[in-house]
Every structure is written in C-alpha cells, then in structure tokens.
Design a binder for this molecule. Sequence first.
Ligand code: 4AD
Ligand code: MG
Length: 478
Amino acid sequence: MKVVKIKHLLSESTKTNFNYVVKGWVKTFRANRFIALNDGSSIENLQCVVDYESLNESELKLITTGTALHLEGPLVESQGSGQKVELKVNKLDIIGDCNPEKYPIQPKKHSLEYLREKAHLRIRTTTFAAVMRIRSSLSFYIHKFFQEKGFYYINTPIITGSDAEGAGEMFRVSTLDHKNPPIDENGNLDFKKDFFGKETNLTVSGQLEAEAYALGLGEVYTFGPTFRAENSNTKRHLAEFWMIEPEMAFYDLNDNMDLAEKFITQVLSEVLSNCVSDLEFLNDRQKKEDLSKPLSERNQMNLLDKIKFVVENNFIRITYNEAYRILKDSKPNKKKKFKFLINQWGTDLQSEHERYLVEKHFKRPVIIFNYPINIKAFYMRRNDDGKTVRAMDILFPGIGEIVGGSQREERLDILEKRMIEMQINSEELWWYLDLRRYGSVPHSGFGLGFERLVQFVTGMNNIRDVIPFPRTPQNASF
Ligand code: 4AD
Ligand code: MG
C-alpha cells in the first residue's frame, strides 16, 4: 500500500473507513493506546489508536517520543473530542527506535538557545517545523512572483574574484597550503599559485553578474546563498544567508521601488492565504511569548495582523533628507536617547534610527531613497546634486533593513571616476565596465535578505532560528 501523508488524511475530502499506511515519528504516546504521529506534512498530528492487547511488552517499551513508525489501518471517525478522525492501527512496525533517556527533544518546552545546539533535531519540534514549512512556501511564492512576471531565474557564481559591495567583508577561497604558503618576490602571498591563479572569495552578492544578464534578458533574478565575514553578532546577521536579487533593464529608481513593494506584498499575501495553520500556531506562540515580557517590549500588533497590515497599506516613501530631518528633530535625538545621535547630514542610519522611523514615527514600512553618496556602494547612480545617489532601502517593523537596492550608474565616465575615488579595483571589474561600453541602458535592482523576510513572517526574534543550520562568528557546527 502507498504511504499517505498525514496532511492528506486530515483533509476533509479524505474517505474514512478505508485502510491507509502512514510513516512518521511519535510525538507522544499516552495510556499505552494513543500515539500522536507526525510526518512533517502538517502541524497537526494524526491520532493513531493501538490495541494494547496486540502489542508485546518489548514493542510497547520502544514506542516513545521520537520513535519512527510504520502504521496501517482504517481511518475512522474519532471517538475522542480532540480530533475528527483517527487511525485504528491494525499493523505496527517500528522503523527506528529512539532512546528515551538520551533523546534531546522531549515533549515539553525547550528554549530556542538549547535547540540551537541541537540544530540537527530541532526540526522535530512544532515551532521549527512550522517555520521551515513557511520558509519553503516563501521561496516558492518568490519564484512564482518572478516567473509569472516573465523574469528569468539565473544562477550567479558563488566563487568570485570581485568584491561586489566594495566593503571587504569576504571569505577567501583557497587551496594554498596555509602552513607553507607560496610567497612572491615582494614578500606577499603568491595567489598565482592558488587554484584559480588569483585571489578568490565567496560572493557577497550576485548583483554585478545579474546586471550583465539583465542587459540581455531584460528582467532577471537570482536567489542564492551569499556570504559576509562581518563580525556582527546580532539577531539580524548571518555569515551565510540567502538573497533574492532582481535586476531589470530600463527601470529607474521609481520602477524599482514599485516592483519591490509589489513583490513583498504579493508574496506575503500568498503566504497568508496558504500557510494558515502554521501561521496561526506562530501567532499564538508569539502571543504567549509576549506575556512573559515587560509591557514595553511586547509586540504592539499580533503576528497575523502585522502581516495583513503590511499587505494592505502602502509603504511610506521618503528621501534621506526627509528622514534626516525627522530623526534630527525626534524626541530620542533631542533627549540624547539614541546611541548614535543624528546631527550631521550624511551620517549613515543605524538600526535604532530605522526602527524609530518605522515603529514609532510612521508605523508602516518605509522606503528611504536618495542617500548620501558617501555611505553607499560605488555602483549606484549619481543624482544631479552630486551629493546623493539613487539608492533605496526598505525598512520593516521589528527587522529594520530588509531590502537594499538602487538604480545603477550606467554612464561609463562617471562610474570609472567613482571607482577610482572609492579605490575599487577596476582591473578586476573590466567586464562590468564593458557593460557600460556596449549598449548601456538605465537599469535597477535590489536585494532582499531572505532570512529577514522569514523572520518577519514567522515572528522569530533571532535570525539563527529561521535558517536550518546557521553560520555566525565562532559557529559553523553541523
Ligand atoms: O543592502 P545589501 O548589502 O545590498 C546588496 O548586497 C546589493 N548588492 C543588493 C542589490 O542591489 N542587488 O544587502 C541586501 C539585503 C539587506 O537589505 C538585508 O536584508 C540582507 O540583504 N542582508 C543580510 N541578511 C542576513 N545577514 C547579513 N549579514 C546580511 N547582510 C545583508
Ligand atoms: Mg544595505
């Protein structure tokens, strides 16, 4: 008989009084009779009722939380109150036993910190299974959004010779013997002897290569892993994270902002309609968690309302100038409550400022655009004022920056000048400059941090809890 997913068995349309086979893991076993079985397909467990008589003593002992089972029998209307249907077990096979003394995932509340140390097993908990199912759905709806719009999915390289953000936060890729490295005539590491014959790193962004493809395919997007060696141990930073980077020929900054807003709201509304039980579970989870926090730290809106609010309301769009003025005149700035005070035009905004704008001032997602040239990357298009560039960041409640993007500098002379000013290696990026030599057009794009989106949707406070195996400073286990 074919194995049926629990999700399917619990759906209204499934016929009762037929025999089914299910395979999954025991969540709980009570009264030597009721097994709550989960196979990952649904947040709900299937109640499976075993006939005590039919089991021998040693089998009974082996049915504990975590045991993997094969169960067979008719699906019947449940006698009990907790569920509509249950499986009346005629046949039970133990596929894999699970030592109850040692199994780290017991049917009780475990802290997220504890579970991070058991990242290989935490997917067996209801919370992580819900988060990871939503993560999977989100990535599906992201592809769906772009595919339906006619964007092409492209895979940009992970190993690269160029620093796309010019921020120097890269992980080196090398096969050189680090105990006995080759040295050149100037006493430097001789990268000519390395695998690629030059210095290479893990990419921080697929943007530059995506630009090349947009200038041929029109509208493209990447969705891949990116790596940053920034030593920031925060709840929003990973050393390895996934980024979605659309890049579009003939788009200016406004078109770019329109697309980004439409993209985020559409993906969120798909998840709202399609991940109902997982979202409801996480909504309740957050409510309970809030009760244990002081009033000032509690979420002002529950999770579902917050997502709906973002879907239903336009994002606010303001220039850096406007944001600067609001922040400069804000209470926390005047009362010196900000850690970084705002008193000079041109300073970068910190997460405390971003969150003030989103959570206190506008109470909405905010897009800030036209940033000072000196705090942004070399590839952004210079405005006529000479002081600002056509950058845009999207800021979200509870998250801060979720998207960073810009219109790109398509004018060769201005780009070359900027690269010299910022000491960007133009020899390495000769091909990027070529794009401005041969049929250059205005174009734009942005990058959305996938884990930050998952955080927003699931309400998980720490980014380490929305990726299966997080990589952070001093941590690359599993
Ligand atoms: O603002 P960033 O650095 O922009 C770029 O990389 C551009 N090349 C994107 C583009 O225009 N194609 O990063 C984009 C987003 C951020 O807004 C944030 O959501 C996320 O990537 N991000 C991180 N997420 C997790 N951990 C980190 N260390 C992150 N750094 C950036
Ligand atoms: Mg950014």
